[in-house]
Design a protein around this ligand. Structure first.
Ligand code: ZN
Ligand code: ZN
Length: 167
């Protein structure tokens, strides 16, 4: 169910501020990360500054994912602030940061869900210096080296070796 936030009062009155806390449904966001909980709390501020309606949202949440390199499960806190300028109708001059609020109504759920998914890093690592897994034996190299002769991990040699093993 889509809940629209009615911003008519802010749009029509300069120097008006509206604050609210809302829950963004993320459980079916389709991301390859798991959010802790079905929703993410967002602190929203909508402010009409001399006719420009600015939307600001602060979100904090915990996400679980597997490290892209070593596959270890990771749980991490994220905090983001999103800002948009709201307009009742998009025009050709409207930039990317402009969001349409037709009839002064805004679908905050969809807007913030998209914001959150875009803000999550596409490369997710347990730590920047993650050493990953040994391509040969699969040992997690963050826990120490495995002693494999790493030059054998050369893909051309590995393919050749595989070929010889088959014969
Ligand atoms: Zn890792
Ligand atoms: Zn190894």
């Amino acid at each position: 169910m889509t809940v629209l936030l009615d911003l008519r009062r802010v749009f029509l009155n300069e120097n008006t501020v509206m604050r609210l806390r809302t829950d963004v449904a993320v459980s079916e966001a389709g991301a390859d990360v798991a959010f802790e909980g079905e929703t993410v709390a967002a602190d929203i501020k909508v402010e009409n500054r001399a006719g420009f309606v600015e939307f600001t949202a602060d979100v904090s949440f915990i996400c679980r994912f597997d490290c892209d390199r070593c596959a270890s499960p990771v749980s991490r806190n994220f905090h983001f602030q999103f800002r948009h300028t709201l307009v009742p109708q998009l025009s050709e001059e409207s930039g990317d940061d402009y969001i349409e609020a037709p009839d002064y109504k805004l679908d905050t759920d969809t807007l913030l869900r998209d914001d959150i998914l875009l803000a999550l890093p596409s490369k997710r690592l347990c730590k920047e210096s993650c050493k990953g897994l040994c391509p040969k034996c699969g040992k997690n190299l963050n826990e120490g080296s495995c002693g494999c002769a790493l030059q054998e991990a050369d893909p051309r040699l590995a393919a050749l070796k595989k070929l010889l093993e088959q014969e």
